[in-house]
Design a binder for this molecule. Sequence first.
Ligand code: GDG
Length: 464
Amino acid sequence: MGRLVAVSNRVADPRNHAAGGLAVALSDTLNKTGGLWFGWSGKVVDASRGGTPGEGELHQIQAGNVTLATVDLSREDFESYYLGYSNGVLWPVFHYRVDLADFDSGGNLNAYRRVNQLFARKLAPLLKPDDVIWIHDYHLIPLAAELRAIGCGQRIGFFLHIPLPPRLILATIPQHEWLMRALFAYDLLGFQSHDDVEHFSRYVQGEAGAEPMGEYRFRAFHRTVRAQAFPIGIDVDEFIELGRADEARETYEMMRGQYARRRLLLGIDRLDYSKGLPQRLKAFQTLLAEYPENRSSATLIQIAAPSRESVDAYADLRRDMEGITGAINGEYGELDWMPVRYIHRSTARRRLPGLCRACNVALVTPLRDGMNLVAKEYIAAQDPEDPGVLVLSRFAGAAEQLKEALLVNPYDTRATAQAIQQALHMSLSERQARHQKLLERIRQQDVHWWSGEYLRALMETEGG
Ligand code: GDG
C-alpha cells in the first residue's frame, strides 16, 4: 500500500493523548502506519491579517513518522462552514434532530463548498500518485469530488463517524441530492453500523435510482461506490496500560477514598444534545424517587466536556443541565451527600481509566450516536474480577456490538431508571459473565481491526 493520507476537519499531534473520538482513533492508526494528516489548524484569522475567505495559509510540521499539514480558516469560513453548515445543519440532521437545524442561511452552504475547495487546492500539490487518501466525517463530504475535479485519480475512501439517518430525514436538507451525489466520487464509504449502510442503500436507490451491484456496491451518476459497515473500536491494550499508570491509579484511589460509602455512576461526554444528558439526569432523578434505598448512596459523576459553545443549541443545553442538576441536588442532597457531581470541564485523558474503574455503573445513553467510544473505554478499564455494569442506549452505534450491556431506550425515563437499579444490584457472577463477553467483543473489533479492515477493503475496491 502507498502512503496513507488522512484528512479530517481537525488534526491532532498523534504523539499526545487527544480528546475526541476521531482524534483518538486516527492518532492510533497513523502512529502505526506513518503518513500525512491534513486538516484545519484550529486557527481562525481575521480579514485584517489576510484571512480572506477560502484562502488559508498552509503549515507543515513533523510529528514522529507523521507529517501534519494544516490550513488556517478565515473568521467568515469558520462561522459559516464549521459552525453554520457542518454543525448547524449536518450534525443535527444526521442525529435526527431536524428541529435544531438552521436551513435558512444559504451562505453557509457556499462556505462549506468553498472550504472543501480550499482543502482540495491545498492538499493536491502534497499528494503522490500512489497515495491512499482516507477522508473523515461530515465536514468533508464533497472533498473527493473537489479533488477529482482538479485531476486526483488516487484511491479515495470516506468514513462517516456519525450516523447516517433514514432517507426522509436526509431529504429535509435542502441540498441533499448534491450532498449524496458527492459521495459517489469516493471508492469506498465506511459507516459505523449496518443500520447506516441500510439507510444509504435505501436513499440512493429511492432518490438517485442507484443500482445495487452486489458485494456492497452501488452504481449511480456513472460511478460505482462500495458502502460497508466498519464499527470503530478503541486501542484496548493502550487503554488498559493507561490504567496502570500513576495518574489513573491515583484517580482510582482518590475516588474510592472519597466515596467509600457510595455507589458511583459515571457519565463522560462532550456537552452535546445528541448525548441525551438531560434525559439521563431525569432517569437518575426517577431512580431516587422510585427506589429510595439509593438516596444518600448513589452518586452520579457527570463529566461534560465543553463543546461548540457558540452554537445556540449548545448554550441552551448548558442552561438546561445546570437547572436539572440544581433541582436534583436541591431536592435530594444532604449535608454529607450530593446526588449529582456535574463537572463542565474536560478531564485529562490519563485520569479516565481510573475514573471508569472506580465507578460501579456507566451511563452511556445518547439519543443517537455514531458509535460511542466511552462505552468501550469503560469496559476496557474494569477489573475483570469485580467489573462495573454498562447501561447503554440502543440508539448508540455501539449497541449493535455490545449486546451484553443493559440496553435502554433513553427517551423512556422510567425504564432507564429501572435498568440503573438493575445495574446497581446485579450479582457478581452476572457482572463477570457480561463483562467477559463485552471485553471479547471490544478486543475482536478494536481500533487496529477497524483501520486494517477499512484500508484492506479500500485497496481491494475497484473504483470508477
Ligand atoms: C464521534 C462520534 C464516534 C470525552 N470527554 C473527555 C474525553 N473524552 C473522550 C472519550 C472518548 C472521546 O472523547 C469521545 O468519543 P465518543 O465516541 O464518545 O464521541 P464523539 O466525540 O461525539 O465522537 C461518535 C466517534 O466520533 C468515533 O468515530 O464514536 O459516535 O459522535 O475517547 O474518552 N477525553 C478527555 N477529557 C474529557 O473530558 N481527555
